[in-house]
Design a protein around this ligand. Sequence first.
Ligand SMILES: [Zn+2]
Length: 323
Amino acid sequence: MRPALYSTRIVLAFALILTFAARAGAAVEPRQIKTGVFTVEFWPGDEQIARDSLETLQQTLSDFAQRLPGGGQPITVTICRSVQEFRRRAGQYGRTWVGGVTRTPSGQIAVKAPYLLPQPGDYDGLLRHELLHVLLARNVQDEFLPRWLNEGIVMVLSKENRWGSMARLARMYASGRLIPYYNLDFAFLPLGDEVLSGDAYAEALSLTRFLIDRLGEKGFWNVVRAMRQEPFETALLQATGLKPGPFYNAWRDSMRVPAIIITAASAVSVFNIMAFIVILAWVHKRRRNLAILQQWDEEEWAEAGWQNEYVSPEPWAEEQEED
Ligand SMILES: [Zn+2]
């Protein structure tokens, strides 16, 4: 009897463990909402975020239906509720400054929930950014599109301006920290730190804007479309007559004047500004005191019966005196 009793207990214990395991497994399964090609996965408590996300995704897909059609293939977006979960999905890209990752062209996106971002207001831009990576990947050949341009196009189109800081670029220029063209794509690898990564995004955005300014919107989209069948380098040469090296140099030269102005402006400290205000206030007060003294003088002259005799021979001479 004893062995039979033990085996019954063991079976019961296993059954209990399996039940708990099944419940634990069920608890980590995300919920889903679906519309059109989109499936948004989320956890309880984030329903509103998921619904708003779906709206942003659909709007973006519709905005770019002509330029970058989605092709009708499914796109799944997972809203991660913890940093650990994001790191699990993002692999090597699960870093502090990374808010979302995308597998293209399959359309698997994972983003940190807004409350995990340093600036929750960046969430919509982040979502558009990741979706545009998918749309771009479905409309050009991945191997023809440099990484910097991929990020640059996506940042411009998503209006995600986190890295659009001219002050940052001016500092990079002034300190000789601009990333050379041949190194730029490698600066996006997950091995870099936050500063290098931020510099790479800022530079990619500025270079892309420079390209758009140079080509105009129509010419820019021609280059994007050309990357279905030829590398960016070939498309750039056809559109501008420039190879990447001279194109990069032209961009760097365009940075010189803004960099000098911004660096000089930022060199003026708060102390300098305060000192300038004090001097201005002193000059203003001195001028007012002189005016009062002159008024008293005139009154004394008037009292003495000289009012009709006191005429300044040259009004500008009087003005100069006041200074
Ligand atoms: Zn990106």
